[in-house]
Design a binder for this molecule. Structure first.
Ligand code: HEC
Length: 164
C-alpha cells in the first residue's frame, strides 16, 4: 500500500499535472496570433498629443470657465472647471514619463482654489485664482520649454454662440 502511494506521488501525479498544462493542438499558435493582433491594435490606437489636449480641451475650457465666472454662472463655471481638469487628467494618462506630466502637479492648487471659490460663489476669489491659474499655465509652459505659448486672462467674450 505504502509503495503504491509513493508510485502515485512520484510518477502519476507529476504526469497528470504536465498533461493538464499541455495546450490543445494549435492552442499556442492561436493564442500568439491573438496576442499579436491585440498588440497591433494597441500600436495603432489613437493617443491625443499634448498640443492637441492643450488646444482642444485646456484652452477652450479655460476661456469658458472665465466667461462663466465673470457672469457668476456658478453651475456652468463648475462644469467648465471639471472639463478643464479633464485635459490635465489626459496628460497624466497618455503622457506618463514626460516633462509635462512631471510638471503637472503645479496646476492642482489653483484648480482646487477655483473649485472652492465656485462652491462658495465668491466672485472676488474666483477672479484672483483665475489670474493665478493663468500664471501657472505660463509657469508650466516655461518649465516645459514652451514659454512662447503665452496664456492671458481673456479680455473679451469670444463664443458668440453660447450663453454664459
Ligand atoms: C503641465 C504643464 C502644462 C500646464 C499646467 C499647462 N500647459 Fe499648456 N502646454 C504645455 C505644453 C508642454 C505645451 C506644448 C505641447 C505641444 O506642442 O506638444 C502646451 C501648449 C499649450 C498651448 C498651445 C497649443 C497650440 O496649438 O497653440 C495652449 C493654448 C496651452 N498650452 C494652453 C494652456 C492653458 C490655458 C493652461 C492653463 C489652464 C495650460 N496650457 C497649462 C504644458 C502645460
Amino acid at each position: 500500500m505504502k509503495r503504491l502511494s509513493i508510485i502515485v506521488i512520484l510518477f502519476i501525479l507529476p504526469a497528470a499535472f504536465l498533461a493538464s498544462c499541455e495546450q490543445p493542438a494549435g492552442g499556442n499558435k492561436a493564442l500568439q496570433a491573438r496576442v499579436d493582433s491585440l498588440q497591433s491594435k494597441l500600436d495603432s490606437a489613437y493617443v491625443p498629443g499634448t498640443g492637441e489636449i492643450m488646444n482642444g480641451i485646456v484652452q477652450p475650457h479655460h476661456y469658458k470657465l472665465w466667461l462663466a465666472g465673470q457672469q457668476q454662472n456658478w453651475k456652468l463655471a463648475e462644469y467648465e472647471r471639471h472639463q478643464l481638469s479633464g485635459g490635465f487628467k489626459r496628460i497624466r494618462k497618455y503622457h506618463k514619463n514626460t516633462p509635462e506630466a512631471a510638471a503637472l502637479a503645479m496646476i492642482y492648487p489653483e484648480m482646487d482654489a477655483l473649485e472652492k471659490a465656485i462652491k462658495q460663489k465668491d466672485a472676488a476669489a474666483f477672479k484672483n485664482h483665475f489670474a493665478l491659474l493663468t500664471n501657472t499655465c505660463n509657469t508650466c509652459h516655461q518649465a516645459t520649454k514652451y514659454e512662447f505659448n503665452v496664456i492671458t486672462v481673456p479680455s473679451a467674450p469670444n463664443f458668440d454662440n453660447q450663453r454664459f
